[in-house]
Design a protein around this ligand. Structure first.
Ligand SMILES: *Cc1c(COP(=O)(O)O)cnc(C)c1O
Length: 358
C-alpha cells in the first residue's frame, strides 16, 4: 500500500533496515543518561542542524508530539500575551489549548483563500502582543503561510516572539529559521517516520524569555538544561531519535528536498486540473506544497477511495468541513516520483470527474 495520508504517511524506504539496526545495536536498552544515548542525541541534533540548515545559535529539542509543543509553548511563557492567527483546525486547537493555560490569549481567524493581512494584525493589536502564533502549513485545509509572509510578520513586530507550528513543513520545505523563534513539528509528516516524536527548534531569544520557574516536567527551561548535556527530561523515544538520525543522515539537504517537493506538486496540480479537479484552496500563493485538498462530489468519494484501495493506494480523508467532499494527498519527501505516477495513472484510468465530457 502507498499511503498518501497526510500523516502518519508513507515512511522512509529504508525503515526496515534502520529498525533492525536499532534493535541489534543495543541502543534501545541504554539508559538515557548513558554515554551511548548522549552520543546518539548529539549526533542526531548535529545532523538535523546540518540537513535542515538551522542557524548554529538555535537550539534543537525533542518532545513527543506537536500537541505537546502546544502545551509547552503555553506553559513556558505564562506571563506573556498571545495572539494566535489561524484558518483551520490545528491552529484553532493550539489557540484553544493555550486559552485554557493562559489568560491573555486572543485569536484571529482568517479566510483560507487569502494571505494573512498585516493591516488586520495591526488592528488586532499584534504590536502589543508578546507572542504571535501561526501554523505554517495547516494540514487540515491544505493552506500554507508563505515564507515571505512569515518574514513580514517578524519584521513588522520585531519585539514579539513568533511561534510556528511547522508540522507539515519541517523537513519538506526550506525554512527561513531566523524569521521565527520557536518552530516545531512531529515526525510522522514530512520526516517520513513513525509517530511519537517531535522536533522543536528555538531561537536564543525564546529560550531567554521562557519562564524560569515553570515547574512542569516538560518546561522549556528544563528541556533546555537537559539538552545542554545531550539528555532529556524523561526517558525519551530512543527508537524515534535513532530512526530520525539514520533517516536524515541519508537524505539530501533541505534545498534539494524542497525542490523535489515543489516540482512534484506543480506537476500534480497541472495533471489534476487536466482531469477537471478543483482544489480546496484555489489560491496558488497559499496552497501548501506538501499536502493538497482535492474537491470531489460526495457520492463519488467512497467510490474513489475504494477503487484506490484496490490499486494499493490510500488517499487521505478530507478534514472537518471538507470531510465528505474532498480527499487529501500528501506530497512528502518519503514519497517517490513513481508513487505519484501510480496515483496519476489510477486517477486517469478511472476519470471520475468526467467533467470534460459535460
Ligand atoms: C499533525 C499535526 C499536528 C498534531 O501532531 P501530533 O503529532 O498528533 O501532536 C499539529 N499541527 C499540525 C499542523 C499538524 O499537521
Amino acid at each position: 500500500m502507498i499511503s498518501f495520508y497526510p500523516g502518519p504517511s508513507k515512511t522512509d524506504e529504508n525503515l526496515d533496515k534502520y529498525l533492525s539496526e536499532a534493535a541489534s545495536s543495543g541502543i534501545l536498552s541504554c539508559n538515557h543518561r548513558s554515554p551511548s544515548f548522549m552520543k546518539l542525541m548529539k549526533d542526531c541534533i548535529k545532523v538535523i542542524k546540518q540537513k535542515l540548515e538551522i542557524p548554529s545559535n538555535y537550539e534543537v529539542f525533542f518532545t513527543s508530539s506537536a500537541t505537546e509543543c502546544w502545551e509547552i509553548t503555553g506553559q513556558s511563557f505564562s506571563k506573556k500575551s498571545f495572539l494566535h492567527i489561524y484558518n483551520g483546525a490545528f491552529g484553532e486547537k493550539w489557540f484553544s489549548y493555550n486559552s485554557k493555560i493562559n489568560n491573555a490569549v486572543e485569536g484571529l481567524a482568517y479566510p483560507i483563500h487569502r494571505s494573512i493581512s498585516l493591516h488586520q494584525l495591526d488592528r488586532s493589536g499584534a504590536k502589543q502582543k508578546d507572542v504571535i502564533c501561526l501554523t505554517s502549513c495547516e494540514t487540515s485545509n491544505t493552506t500554507k503561510v508563505h515564507q515571505k509572509t512569515i518574514r513580514k510578520v517578524k519584521n513588522r513586530y520585531p519585539n514579539s516572539l513568533l511561534f510556528i507550528d511547522a508540522t507539515s513543513s519541517m523537513s519538506g520545505v526550506s525554512i527561513d529559521w531566523i524569521s521565527g523563534d520557536i518552530w516545531y513539528a512531529s515526525v510522522q509528516k514530512c520526516f517520513g517516520l513513525p509517530p511519537g516524536l517531535a522536533v522543536m527548534v528555538c531561537s536564543p531569544k525564546a529560550i531567554d524569555q521562557a519562564d524560569k520557574n515553570d515547574f512542569h516536567y516538560n518546561s522549556l527551561k528544563s528541556i533546555y538544561q537537559n539538552t545542554q548535556k545531550f539528555q532529556t527530561t524523561h526517558t525519551p523515544n530512543t527508537l524515534g531519535i535513532y530512526l530520525l538520525y539514520k533517516s536524515l543522515s541519508n537524505k539530501l539537504g533541505i534545498k534539494a528536498e524542497h525542490e523535489k517537493i515543489r516540482k512534484r506538486m506543480k506537476n500534480l496540480i497541472k495533471q489534476l486540473k487536466l482531469l477537471g479537479y478543483d482544489f480546496v484552496v484555489p489560491t496558488k500563493k497559499v496552497q501548501s506544497e506538501t499536502v493538497i485538498g482535492i474537491k470531489c462530489k460526495a457520492e463519488l468519494l467512497p467510490i474513489i477511495k475504494e477503487k484506490a484501495k484496490e490499486k494499493g493506494i490510500t488517499l487521505g480523508n478530507g478534514y472537518g468541513k471538507w470531510k465528505l467532499n474532498s480527499f487529501r494527498i500528501a506530497n512528502f519527501p518519503a514519497h517517490s516520483d513513481s508513487d505519484f505516477e501510480k496515483l496519476l495513472i489510477f486517477l486517469k484510468s478511472e476519470d471520475f470527474n468526467k467533467k470534460r465530457e459535460n
